[in-house]
Design a protein around this ligand. Structure first.
Ligand code: ADP
Ligand code: DP6
Ligand code: CO
Length: 336
């Protein structure tokens, strides 16, 4: 029997992946950029095992057996076996746990598929790029294979060979960067990212404007801001990109709505704070759900947390407001 266990953490995009040009291979319509969180915090932990006694491939997620015939899982397994350097034909058993809510808009698919593919690659001794395999499980997963700031290049080949993720800078490049996640709601989302982005690309006119006229330039600007550690530029484009993703969602028909009243209260709060301190000190971004991720520098954390506690005091009678306060402080990303 051979066993490998790995941990991979979530990543939160500052330039959002939203829309596929190929649904099966999971090829995106734009480049995207994210930061991978420290593995101490929100992560998936996956053990993969092979044995001559196993009769079939099987997977357990958070203690419950899941369907192994899931096409995305099959994509990953097939590609791994094709590239395997050893001739292990034994069946595989996969056991994975997330230490945070699954399918709730907190990027479990990113951590989950990255972790699975990294563990399988170790088991099958694959040493070349595996981000394209992780991508075929869930697009955002290709960026969680690495730490630091990571860019997923959309690529141009029809087989997806060049649609891979690359590290822009390691976490150590910007050690002052902090990420706070304000959990507004951690229940399963009603419209999955896959369905939301499919509807957007099929029905939103604004989406064409985003892809053709906004993103090419924005990607260059934010990449440069990360390299130069220019927080103001980084924050402004992070905020604008989150708002544009949710604007194209709203432009879909029927509209795709992920943010709620608490999300909008957080947006107003961050803008009011930045105006009050006369500087862009905090950036927010929202994935396919109501939860906010804030990017800020270490020096801003104590004051910002004080103001947050003042305006969102613990004990407010609304469940979502209380949850809004249970933030997690994530130091920053690290290599796996
Ligand atoms: P999220 O916002 O959490 O990424 P998605 O709808 O994108 O939600 O993806 C959720 C799906 O990702 C799950 O239903 C499951 O199929 C897959 N997934 C999540 N965590 C894992 C994991 N640890 N291992 C394998 N697959 C996972
Ligand atoms: C809003 O990677 O979950 O988080 O490729 O269909 O599995 P699939 O979608 P997924 O979408 C993530 C969307 C996002 C933005 C991002 O992470 O870039
Ligand atoms: Co996801």
């Amino acid at each position: 029997m051979c066993t490998v266990t790995c941990i991979a953490s979530i990543n939160i995009a500052v330039i959002k992946y939203w829309g596929k040009r190929d649904e099966v291979l999971i090829l995106p319509v734009n480049d995207s950029i994210s930061a991978t969180l420290d593995t101490d915090h929100l992560h998936a932990k996956t053990t993969v095992m092979t044995s001559s006694t196993f009769k079939e491939d099987r997977i357990w997620l958070n203690g419950k057996e899941e369907e192994i015939k899931n096409p995305r899982l099959q994509n990953c397994l097939t590609q791994i076996r094709k590239r395997a350097r050893n001739s292990n034909q034994w069946k595989v058993h996969i056991c994975s746990e997330n230490n945070f809510p699954t399918a709730a808009g907190l990027a479990s698919s990113a951590a989950g598929y990255a972790c699975l593919v990294v563990a399988l690659a170790k088991l099958y001794q694959i040493e070349d790029d595996i981000t394209s395999i992780a991508r075929s499980g869930s697009g955002s997963a290709c960026r969680s294979v690495m730490g630091g700031f990571v860019k997923w290049c959309m690529g141009s080949e029809s087989n997806g060979a060049d649609s891979i993720a690359k590290q822009i800078v390691p976490a150590s490049h910007w050690p002052e960067m902090r990420i706070l996640i304000l959990v507004v709601n951690d229940t399963k989302k009603k419209i999955s990212s896959s369905i939301g982005m499919k509807r957007t690309i099929e029905t939103s006119d604004l989406m064409q404007h985003r892809i053709k006229h906004v993103l090419p330039n924005r990607i260059k600007i934010i990449e440069q801001a990360i390299i130069e550690k220019d927080f103001k530029t980084f924050a402004e484009h992070t905020i604008k990109d989150s708002n544009q993703m949710h604007a194209v969602c709203l432009d879909a028909y029927p509209p795709v709505v992920y943010m709620n009243d608490v999300s909008h209260t957080i947006i107003n709060f961050v803008h009011a704070y930045n105006e009050a301190v006369n500087e862009v000190k905090v950036a927010y971004t929202f994935d396919a759900g109501p939860n906010a991720t804030l990017y800020l520098l270490e020096e801003s954390v104590p004051e910002f947390m004080g103001v947050l506690d003042h305006f969102f005091p613990p004990g407010i009678n609304l469940e979502q407001y209380r949850k809004g306060l249970t933030f997690k402080e994530v130091i920053n990303s690290q290599e796996l």
